[in-house]
Design a protein around this ligand. Structure first.
Ligand code: ZN
Length: 357
């Protein structure tokens, strides 16, 4: 037996616990763990910010991410001399993608530290911290995965005047954004709209049907765009994935865990502060673009008066009465003298059905 020193990271031990490990045949024994690990479960990778650090990662029985960090270069020498060929082959592979894996492993360590902060300061802050590790490019990859899933369900409009109107208004609201927005109409009678991470905005035909003019459409888009710009959609995704999977998503293993969430799209709740922020910044984005912001108020008032159960866009956006009051305040405090109603013939746009994909 040839033990090497390691630091063990698990959800229960997020700061890393010094222990030792050794290989015996195709099994890895870790002194601090009750069970051995089969090497086919393991991924060996190179990380580190200032200097190279070596990691072995796996998922435990609860599907949480765990990792070992080799303590020193001496331990690496022992590891290399005794590790089974499968792991050594991964390390050779890792060398070729050194830069890439370094970033990912640095993200893992940072995520582990953030979760420790989370234990002290609350999970919401840890999720916020985790979201700051995700680049815009990576966030756009998350969004594309979710969109690909949505597209398999069909009913997404590919063309039509309503989609053109959405793209036209959306472009005015996202002029200086770092995101590459994608706009979709889903043929669905529920009155809903939502934002996916990475700049994907989905509006249901059922919500379009309730709009009296293009300014109401602009108001919904302005609100949803702010859920992207303020990274609320990303934080909600990480929050709903749970800690272990969120860390794996930040690390790079995205397809499986994110797929689990697609059935919840459109019904993920935002906190009251996030809703207020999206309304407030959405209002300012409308006035910056010179679009009359009253549509925000008229649409909300109309939806809040629905005789049946609250429309989906309101039930996934709680506190509609407080929101209406806040928007009334904004209209008083920041009236837009240069704003104009949008010159789009809404009635004819609405009457032309979108062509489904
Ligand atoms: Zn919202």
């Amino acid at each position: 037996m040839h033990p090497f020193k390691v630091l063990l990271y698990t959800p229960l031990m997020p700061l890393g616990v010094p222990t030792h490990a050794y290989f015996s045949g195709q099994q890895l024994h870790v002194a601090a763990l009750p069970q051995t690990l089969d090497i086919t479960q393991l991924t060996a990778t190179l990380g580190g910010i200032e200097q190279d650090e070596w990691f072995i990662a796996w998922r435990n029985d609860a599907d949480e991410s765990c990792a070992l960090k080799l303590a020193s270069t001496d331990d690496l020498t022992i590891f290399k001399a005794h590790a089974p060929a499968l792991l050594l082959a991964q390390l050779k592979q890792t060398h070729r993608h050194q830069r890439f894996n370094k970033t990912l492993a640095a993200a893992l360590v940072a995520a582990v530290l953030l979760v420790t902060c989370g234990l002290w300061w609350g999970y919401g802050k840890a999720v916020y911290g985790l979201s700051t590790l995700v680049s815009i490019t990576r966030e756009e990859q998350f969004g594309s995965l979710l969109l690909a899933q949505l597209e398999t369900e069909g009913s997404l409009a590919q063309t039509g005047p309503a989609l053109e109107a959405i793209k036209h208004i959306g472009a005015q609201l996202t002029l200086h954004s770092p995101y590459h927005y994608q706009w979709r109409i889903k043929t669905d009678p529920t009155a809903n709209a939502y934002a996916l991470p990475g700049g994907i905005i989905v509006v249901h035909s059922g919500l379009l049907a309730k709009m009296a003019n293009a300014n109401e459409l602009a108001a919904v888009l302005a609100h949803e765009v702010q859920h992207v710009e303020q990274r609320h959609a990303l934080q909600n995704l990480l929050d709903n994935l749970g800690w272990g999977i969120a860390v794996m998503a930040v690390l790079g293993d995205v397809s499986t865990p994110i797929g689990l969430l697609t059935h919840q799209l459109g019904s993920l709740y935002f906190s009251r502060d996030k809703e207020e922020q999206a309304d407030h910044l959405g209002y300012l984005a409308l006035t910056d673009a010179g679009i009359a912001p009253e549509g925000m108020l008229t649409l909300l008032q109309k939806l809040a008066q629905e005789p049946q159960a609250a429309p989906a866009w309101l039930s996934s956006h709680p506190d509609s009465h407080a929101r209406i009051e806040n928007i009334q305040q904004l209209l008083k405090q920041h009236p837009c003298t240069h704003c104009q109603p949008l010159a789009l013939d809404w009635d004819s746009i609405k009457q032309t059905p979108a062509s489904p994909k």
